[in-house]
Design a protein around this ligand. Structure first.
Ligand SMILES: N[C@@H](CCC(=O)N[C@@H](CS)C(=O)NCC(=O)O)C(=O)O
Length: 223
């Protein structure tokens, strides 16, 4: 099976972290490619032109980190990245529609997963924008994404010691991988100074980098 990636895509990095973390480096071969170029090589395998793309022996496959990570996780049974199950019982004394989902482990996980993906989507727009010619860049888009990233970094900084963000011996989860890949975009966007005022998040990022699957998935130069 082949995983199409580029060295700069944070989504590709996420799939590469999962591949290493799940011990699938022999089963899943990395194919370094390019996107958004004339004669785009990705178009011959994926009509959307997006990576990461996981391709099977028969030539079919699928895109999207969420789907790819779930597939890899199921391949490497026992599953490591399964989300918690939602509580089936409503809070005592409240009908289900009025019970507060905020403390439920499943909804807390989903809330942080959505916010981390939202940050990743936003900083990807930012990184794409500053790759354009300076005279074609939109200062409004750059400022908007900068403010979004800043707000989200502070939100995560407030929650970094609690599940599901806290790093434990139980291993990685999807929220942590999404957040790390969003923060890591700062390597390509120098103005993205999320460490400022976020010491807990900053220490968390550094600890993530020390994990073999995370540190070991930094794309090599020149691919
Ligand atoms: N929702 C997708 C997003 C993937 C994505 O946007 N990939 C970008 C690279 S960062 C891409 O392939 N862009 C090529 C293009 O837009 O043609 C995921 O989670 O995998």
């Amino acid at each position: 099976m082949k995983l199409y990636v580029t060295p700069t895509s944070p989504y590709a990095r996420l799939a590469m972290i999962a591949r290493l973390d799940l011990g699938l480096e022999k089963t899943v071969e990395l194919v370094w490619t390019k996107t958004r170029v004339s004669d785009d090589p990705v178009l011959s395998v994926n009509p959307s032109g997006r990576i990461p793309f996981l391709q099977f022996e028969d030539g079919t496959g699928f895109e999207d980190t969420d789907v790819i990570v779930e597939y890899l996780d199921r391949l490497a049974e026992p599953r490591r990245y399964a989300r918690p199950e939602p509580a089936t019982e409503p809070a005592p004394g409240l009908p289900p529609q009025l019970s507060d989902a905020g403390d439920d482990a499943y909804w807390r996980f989903r809330r942080l997963e959505a916010s981390a993906r939202s940050m990743l989507d936003g900083v990807s727009v930012w990184a794409r924008e500053i790759k354009r010619l300076v005279e074609e860049q939109s200062p409004d888009i750059i400022a908007h994404e900068g403010r979004r990233a800043d707000r989200l970094a502070h939100t995560f900084d407030d929650e970094i010691g609690f599940a599901p963000l806290a790093l434990t011996v139980d291993g990685l989860n999807l929220v942590q991988m999404l957040l790390f890949c969003a923060l890591d975009v700062h390597r390509r966007v120098p103005e993205m100074d999320w460490r400022d005022g976020c010491s807990g998040l900053s220490a968390w990022y550094d600890r993530m980098l020390e994990l073999p699957a995370v540190g070991g998935s930094v794309p090599p130069d020149g691919v």
